[in-house]
Design a protein around this ligand. Structure first.
Ligand SMILES: [Zn+2]
Length: 181
């Protein structure tokens, strides 16, 4: 038998077959909502405003861009849990699982938010409260499992609300659980 290799925390997780149609940069899937510059670079960490709007209104997954089913996950920062809504699109459970191991902020690989915003074009925006987050300490994320959500407007941005919907469960995102399962 070959010797067992310990998991390398710095190695990108394998790309699931369901995400194989998306571009890959540095071994990581580029989410569908990621804007692209005119010279072809992906602005990882920024989001395309039109795609966010479309995803939330049409109930598309923010990672793969495909329609959500009757099980979806919102990844919500600890400080945003009280709003019972997310300004980021819902995700398929398998896309959320990939994101919680691969996304630098969600997976806890980065201890702080970046200290300067990307320079982005007019079609791309940062998250609604990027100014507040720049340089701030990273905070825990939670996975909110839902069967559906309502579309509301939160500070001028479309948001997926579960105010009137009981979540199936809300779990802290803990990458060690994923790595050991
Ligand atoms: Zn998906």
């Amino acid at each position: 038998m070959p010797p067992r290799r310990d998991t390398d925390d710095s190695a990108p997780p394998p790309v699931p077959a369901a995400l194989a149609h998306l571009p890959i940069v540095g071994g990581l899937v580029v989410p569908w909502i990621t804007p692209r510059t005119t010279d072809g670079r992906y602005l990882l960490g920024a989001v395309d405003a039109a795609k966010i709007r479309m995803a939330i209104h049409r109930r598309l997954c923010g990672v793969c861009g495909q329609p959500l089913g009757d099980r979806l996950v919102l990844l919500v920062r600890e400080s945003d849990l009280a709003r019972l809504a997310s300004t980021e699109p819902g995700l398929h459970p398998h896309c959320a699982a990939y994101c919680t191991t691969a996304c630098p902020m969600v997976a806890g690989r980065r201890s702080h938010y970046r200290t300067s915003a990307h320079h982005i074009g007019p079609s791309a925006i940062h998250g609604a409260d990027v100014d507040k987050r720049l340089g701030a300490a990273a905070e825990p994320w939670h996975a909110v499992w839902l069967t559906r959500y309502d579309v509301i407007t939160l500070h001028g941005h479309p948001a997926a609300s579960y105010l009137l919907i009981s979540p199936l469960r809300i779990r802290p995102v803990n990458t060690r659980l994923h790595q050991n399962s």
